[in-house]
Design a binder for this molecule. Structure first.
Ligand SMILES: Cc1cc2nc3c(=O)[nH]c(=O)nc-3n(C[C@H](O)[C@H](O)[C@H](O)COP(=O)(O)OP(=O)(O)OC[C@H]3O[C@@H](n4cnc5c(N)ncnc54)[C@H](O)[C@@H]3O)c2cc1C
Length: 463
């Protein structure tokens, strides 16, 4: 055998697996047909965050007038912005290459395809390996009636290249993390943005109260949001896109006009064209590869991790699974056994949560008790000129256990760390209440939400 482990795909899942396996003494190769870093570093997490930051700076430059600081009307050099974003991507993906070298992971360039359960064709070479990890990720899911041309009809990859000139009116189809993040980017740059969502709330997986508060704030920023509707198709007339929008409940149809349409209705696993039949690996529903708690497929020495095994399709989930699969292969006692995987929409404010929503906790039969704390009562939020949002804590009244924490706040993603730890450590609401939080910080809102569960928050009237 050429290698102890061959990893297919160098996204967050794949490169974490390859590096951890090498740290544990295995001879490792990682096959990648595109750029190192996968979707997350090249066309996902990182470039979107760069654009969000730039858009947010434009918005806050205008707001600075509130405290007496005026910069004049911001101007945007679009070529420079795109170049800055591309530079960050290049630095990070180059970093993965450096980490591979330092850890003696062999980087194989080319598309991988199983010939049998231990042999994989990578480009024009045949590679044999004792173990294989499939980390091939996902692609954009198409939407019937809206074929992507990356010009008029774009997907998340097209939306990452800010066009010059900017469109006047943009429709985003899908109010999940990706649709909303791009909506805010373009809204902050002066584009008139409308987002539509099939489900009755934005970010359907989020807590209903948090999603409602979040949508209210985004609307206040000028983003038009409509839920419970679907886009059926469009016709192009005189360079304008006439979109048919249908109310899901009533069936009522109408037409609205845009210059650009972003399709952001989800992603699908990249499990076809891998020769999985030749390896005997079973593929499940909608193309996702089923695995057990050790990330093993039905073939014991072939593992699968990340987006290709299913939801939530998030980078940190893929990373954790990569580490677990590598450790199992190296003979360690390891398993994918986490209490909760956090989720974040990186707009301003951020929508960030970990654990159960109120509806999920009730459905599981918990005696649910909640506490909330509005950011408008946070001294730190006031000093940042950003007081929109709240923290909501879900707990079990019988045991005082923290079941979920839902944050709509500036830097909500950074406030979420302690909530994730609380869930993993099975902390009670009292444990959080007893923990001294620095003052003034945004994370005090988590403390006061905990105190509000017991009707003892100091900075609000407890109801
Ligand atoms: C616009 C956007 C924004 C996002 N923002 C965030 C965010 O902020 N936070 C977050 O947690 N997640 C975010 N995500 C999701 C995140 O990018 C994915 O969850 C993550 O990249 C999944 O990692 P992965 O390792 O499973 O696969 P991927 O990152 O998809 O990597 C798979 C790699 O495998 C390669 N590959 C596929 N097939 C083969 C083959 N046969 N041979 C060789 N190579 C192959 C591909 O070229 C690719 O590089 C975002 C996604 C998008 C699209």
């Amino acid at each position: 055998m050429d290698y102890d482990l061959l990893v297919i795909g160098a996204g967050p899942g794949g490169y974490h697996a390859a590096i951890r396996a090498a740290q544990l003494g295995l001879k490792v190769a990682c096959a990648e047909m595109g750029n190192l870093g996968g979707v997350c570093l090249n066309i996902g997490c990182i470039p979107t965050k760069a654009l969000l930051h730039a858009g947010e700076e434009m918005r806050s430059a205008k707001h600075a007038a509130d405290f007496g600081l005026s910069f004049g009307e911001p101007t945007l050099d679009i070529a420079k912005l795109n170049g800055w974003k591309d530079g960050i991507v290049k630095r990070l993906t180059g970093g993965v290459g450096g980490l591979f070298k330092a850890n003696k992971v062999t980087h194989l360039v080319g598309q991988a395809r199983f010939l049998d359960a231990n042999t994989v064709q990578v480009g024009d070479q045949k590679v044999t390996a004792r173990n294989v990890i499939i980390a091939t990720g996902s692609d954009v899911a198409p939407l019937p009636g809206f074929p992507v041309d990356q010009n008029r009809i774009i997907d998340s990859t097209g939306a990452l290249v800010v066009p010059d000139p900017l469109p006047k009116r943009m429709l985003a189809i899908g109010a999940g993390a990706i649709g909303l993040e791009f909506s805010q980017v373009y809204n902050n740059m002066g584009v008139k943005v409308k987002v539509i969502e099939f489900a009755p709330q934005v970010v359907p997986a989020a807590d209903a109260d948090a999603a409602k508060e979040f949508a209210k704030i985004l609307r206040k920023q000028g983003i038009e949001i409509e839920t419970g509707v679907k886009a059926n198709g469009y016709t192009e007339r005189d360079g304008e896109l006439h979109v048919e929008i249908e109310d899901v409940k009533t069936g009522e149809k109408r037409t609205e006009v845009f210059d650009k349409i972003l399709v952001a209705v989800g992603r699908r696993p990249r499990s076809a064209d891998l020769g999985l039949e030749a390896a005997g690996v079973k593929v499940g529903e909608r193309g996702f590869i089923p695995v057990d708690h050790e990330l093993r497929t039905n073939v014991p020495h072939i593992f699968a991790i990340g987006d290709v095994i299913g939801n939530p399709m998030l980078a940190h989930k893929a990373m954790k699974e990569g580490l677990v699969a590598a450790e199992v292969i190296a003979g360690k006692k390891s398993a994918m056994d986490v209490v909760a995987i956090p989720a974040v929409v990186y707009t301003t404010p951020e929508l960030a949560w970990v654990g159960l929503t109120e509806a999920e906790a009730k459905a599981k039969g918990y005696n649910v008790k909640t506490g909330t704390f509005p950011m408008s009562a946070s001294g730190r939020a006031m000093t940042l000129g950003d007081t929109d949002g709240f923290v909501k804590m879900i707990s079990d009244a019988d045991t005082d256990l923290v079941l979920g924490v839902h944050i709509v706040a500036p830097h909500g993603s950074d406030m979420l760390g302690e909530a994730g730890l609380a869930l993993e450590m099975a902390a009670t609401v009292t444990d959080i209440s007893l923990t001294v939080h620095s003052h003034p910080t945004l994370s005090e809102a988590v403390l006061e939400a905990a105190e509000n569960v017991h009707k003892q928050a100091i900075h609000i009237i407890n109801r």
